[in-house]
Design a protein around this ligand. Structure first.
Ligand code: 1GP
Length: 244
């Protein structure tokens, strides 16, 4: 089964949880251990990527180790075309649609398309929308983050992504954000969108995960929390609250 089909199939049954692991943050052995623990706690797939310092070497090694350790579908979550690994099953072929830098909207994508094909990676198209505070990814991507009190703008961006044929839309508050995407914004976007909605950035408690799910997120991404959490029951609680 292709990864996109796998995700859509699971989303049909309810909100899914995606674990994001940054290859730059730990050794590949540690990354593999985190992925295995996340799998045991109920995560549905592993995203691999980070905003800075992802190299071909750390990406290849981490992707391979994660795949071997947990067997879950792995999706590369790229910051650009400088590193793309054939060791992942799929790639979020994404555009940061509210970036002011054309290379983030449609530049890195041109650089990476032929490599993606050559590596046999499954491309999964995604519109990537940065919401305040936006954190490092917003800064590196030169985004103009959508204000937290402007759900209407978020819906306009999301719908434009859908009309352009993107398979998923991702509302991103930024890794380590002190506030996740507001539930009201998730609700507004979900109310207008027909493609699945991914939400991430700053979700690290069962309450925040539940609020995102109840507001209509189809997939909830947690990165920092899973990477730092050493308590298996705490990990389970957040993943359980994401999936309901
Ligand atoms: C970042 O949305 C993801 O791209 C995850 O964010 O690290 O805050 O969980 P956190």
């Amino acid at each position: 089964m292709k990864v996109k089909e796998y995700l859509l199939d699971r989303i049909k049954k309810g909100t899914i949880h995606l674990t994001l692991i940054d290859p730059d943050k730990q050794t590949e052995e540690k990354a593999a251990e985190i992925a295995k623990r996340a799998k045991d706690a109920g995560t549905d797939a592993i995203m691999i990527g980070g905003s800075t310092d992802v190299t071909q070497e750390n990406l290849d090694a981490t992707s391979k180790a994660i795949k071997k350790a947990c067997g879950l579908p792995t999706i590369y979550f790229p910051s650009g075309a400088h590193a793309i690994s054939g060791n992942c099953d799929a790639i979020f072929f994404m555009s940061m649609v509210n970036s002011t830098d054309i290379s983030m909207v449609m530049g890195e994508q041109v650089k990476g398309s032929l490599i993606t094909k050559k590596l046999g990676l499954e491309p999964i198209s995604m519109g990537y929308i940065i919401i305040e505070p936006g954190m490092k990814v917003g800064e590196v991507g030169q985004a103009k983050p959508i204000k937290r009190d402007d759900p209407e703008k978020a819906t306009a961006y999301a719908l434009a992504c859908e009309y352009l044929g993107m398979s998923f839309v991702y509302l991103e508050a930024g890794s380590g954000a002190d506030r996740p995407v507001p539930p009201d914004m998730i609700r507004a976007v979900k109310g207008i969108l027909s493609v699945p909605l991914i939400v991430g950035g700053g979700i690290r408690t069962p309450e925040a995960a539940e609020a995102a799910r109840l507001a209509g997120a189809d997939a909830i991404v947690t990165g920092t929390f899973v990477e730092r959490c050493s308590d298996d029951s705490e990990l389970k609680n957040v993943i359980k609250a994401s999936k309901g």
